[in-house]
Design a protein around this ligand. Structure first.
Ligand code: ADP
Length: 325
């Protein structure tokens, strides 16, 4: 290969910038040219890309978001959009692509690469949801969880002062990864997740037990994808039965995506970007670089997308229940 394009796509995640920096500098170190594509697949279709030098990525390690911007791009799902993207890549003499994103991004990358195998493609798992097979952690998950913890600690202070019961919604439409770790870290009384159904009656019993145990405040974390109808419905159902507490709802929302990447995400982003370029140089394609047992290993994009095999850690789920009594 001689010229690499790098893009960030789908939901942004803290740590994408350290990864872009690593891709650019590893490529330059190896005598390759690098092109940054703006706004993910949209930039490929609209031919919005620019040559990157070492200085193009100065002072970005501490920045959240992504300097390349990201976008959702429906035309890339169509054959015509893919053909235009391919034409622009060829015009620039690009023969390899690093895509940083989540499952949607990988689905697009895999389809594209099967249609146009002369462009090698390596994926980097960049999503706060931590829901890809083949990487114990995805880029942005650690920072997002830390952001959530910081917010919940503050809510705990006010909950405690007023004997309040707080229901806090955290991100995770299909994944309870943030909810589970934030719940353990903040001592939540209960954690509602898409992966493990909690009946409202059980939740109410649990909270009543806590109240008779003289807990002065309670925090319940609800992942967006919980199957009980959303955080407001859960709070309403519980308020009917639990009269001692004043119930409040907080939705943390998009603040969970922002902020300076944690040390963990800066290092993970650097390692994954470095490994992505080295994989391309070694002739790999249609693979994802991921962290497994503290080694950076390759997984096929097909396997990485296999959500059915992805499970939250059973030991953490069990421990969370026991430690909250
Ligand atoms: P994420 O990568 O964070 O999961 P999305 O699901 O929004 O985010 O996917 C990002 C982009 O990947 C989409 O906007 C689209 O351009 C592309 N994409 C997603 N699914 C497909 C698909 N089936 N075929 C081609 N491109 C896709």
């Amino acid at each position: 290969i001689s010229k690499i394009a790098v893009l960030t796509s789908g939901g942004d995640a803290p740590g994408m910038n350290p990864c872009i920096r690593a891709v650019v500098r590893t490529a330059l170190y190896n005598g390759l040219e690098v092109v940054g594509v703006r706004q993910g697949y949209k930039g490929l279709i609209e031919n919005d890309m620019y040559d990157m030098q070492s200085r193009s990525v100065s002072n970005i390690l501490s920045l959240g978001g992504t300097i390349l911007k990201t976008a959702r791009c429906l035309p890339f799902k169509e054959d015509e959009g893919m053909a235009t993207a391919y034409k622009h890549l060829k015009e620039h003499g690009i023969d390899a692509l690093v895509v940083i994103g989540g499952d949607g991004t990988f689905t697009g990358a895999l389809r594209f690469s099967k249609k146009y195998p002369d462009i090698s493609v390596i994926g980097v798992p960049g999503t706060i949801d931590n829901d890809l097979c083949g990487s114990t952690y995805t880029l942005g998950f650690d920072t997002a969880t830390n952001t959530v913890i910081e917010a919940i600690d503050k809510i705990r202070d006010t909950a405690d002062a007023h004997d309040r019961l707080f229901f806090i919604e955290v991100m995770g439409r299909d994944s309870g990864a943030i909810a589970l770790r934030a719940g353990i870290s903040c001592g939540a009384e209960a954690i509602l997740l898409p992966e493990k159904q909690t009946a409202i009656e059980d939740l109410i019993k649990n909270l009543k037990d806590g109240s008779s145990n003289k807990k002065s405040s309670s925090i319940v974390i609800v992942a967006e994808g919980d199957k009980n109808g959303g955080v407001y419905d859960v709070a309403k159902a519980v308020q009917k039965e639990v009269k001692d507490y004043d119930i409040k709802v907080t939705i943390l929302g998009h603040l969970q995506r922002g902020g300076s990447p944690s040390s963990f995400d800066r290092i993970l982003g650097s390692r994954l970007g470095y490994a992505a370029v080295n994989a391309l140089i070694a002739g790999e394609t249609q693979k994802m670089v991921g962290l497994q047992a503290n080694h950076i290993l390759l997984t096929s994009l097909e396997d990485a997308l296999n959500h059915h095999e992805f499970k939250l850690e059973a030991d953490l789920l069990e421990m969370a229940d026991i430690l909250s009594i």
